[in-house]
Design a protein. Structure first.
Length: 316
């Protein structure tokens, strides 16, 4: 089962990343109504007549369907491994539930147009689904799992910060998706200042959403930078967390710069897709980092059974 689950995990991770980007393409090109109000068929047909919006929307549905089969296969092959890899007991249900939830929300939006807050949550759920599939892949392919001693080398404060950064990234993603769904992407038409001001007039809901998204992004940038700097203090014991901190810093800085290009290019398709891609990679990196601050029981139990030496005191 493990030999089958590993390649399926890679395929499902790549597939979910494509699904996420295709969903962003649907939003960016205004193709949400490309198939009318019919679902899962398009205009009531299995092969509809060609139109750009129809092609974008229907291809998104087809790829999502293929991804559903990949996740089903991954779940079937990975489920028997849950005792060897206890993390799978949570990740597999989350993976299945979020895929079904985002598919259901997509169908709901087609049948009955939804408000921006509801549509914004669709992107957040897609991020969680992608991260859960990515983590299943990471668990299955992990060659150096976290030992109990290595887990104790991580300060409790760092663990709290890692989970806080992960949760805050959800807030940043949601506010950004809300801004996109409400048509407020260019409410702040200059960058990095908002309409040439550090503190613009927030009486307009659009400007408030756009400025709030930038403020939330700055906070996220500070949290990720803090994670990287702090991880250097126990880099020798936990080089994995240091590497994740570096990658997360690269992703969030790149995303901030691309976010500026989104505004300056007046919502070019390439910039909006790259912005969504970097958000997905950032979220996956933070999720992996938060997961790895926790002890993995399969190794901890082995260490205890083998009479491992006590771990050194945590670095403060």
């Amino acid at each position: 089962m493990e030999r089958a689950a590993k390649p399926l995990a890679i395929a499902a991770t790549v597939g979910m990343f494509i699904v996420l980007l295709m969903g962003a393409t649907v939003t960016s090109t205004g193709s949400g109504e490309g198939c009318g109000t019919s679902w899962p068929l398009c205009h009531g047909e299995f092969i509809p007549e060609y139109a750009f919006e129809t092609m974008v929307e229907y291809s998104h549905r087809l790829v999502t369907g293929v991804e559903g089969l990949l996740i089903l296969g991954l779940s079937i092959t990975a489920f028997p491994l849950r005792r060897r890899y206890p993390e799978l007991k949570l990740l597999i249900p989350v993976m299945i539930f979020t895929l079904l939830l985002q598919s259901g929300m997509g169908a709901w939006a087609v049948k009955s147009p939804q408000t921006p807050p509801v549509m914004a949550s669709h992107f957040g759920i897609s991020l969680i689904c992608f991260a859960s599939v990515f983590l299943v892949m990471r668990v299955l392919w992990e060659t150096t799992p976290v030992t109990a001693a290595a887990a104790r080398a991580v300060p409790s404060g760092y663990r709290t910060l890692a989970w806080a950064a992960l949760l805050w990234s959800v807030v940043v993603a949601y506010v950004g998706a809300y801004m996109r769904q409400s048509g407020a992407e260019l409410a702040c038409y200059t960058w990095p200042l908002c309409n040439g001001s550090l503190f613009p007039d927030l009486s307009s809901p659009g400007i408030a959403a756009a400025w709030g998204h930038r403020l939330a992004a700055v906070v996220a940038l500070a949290l990720v930078a803090w994670l990287e700097v702090w991880s250097r203090r126990f880099k020798a014991q936990r080089p994995d967390l240091y590497r994740i901190g570096v990658w997360a810093s690269v992703f969030i800085v790149a995303q901030a710069l691309v976010g500026g290009f989104v505004v300056l290019s007046r919502l070019s398709l390439a910039s909006t897709l790259l912005h969504a891609a970097l958000m997905a990679l950032l979220f996956a990196a933070l999720a992996d980092g938060a997961r790895r601050t926790l002890p993995q029981r399969r190794v901890a139990e082995i260490s205890v059974a083998a009479g491992a030496a006590p771990a050194p005191a945590p670095v403060r």
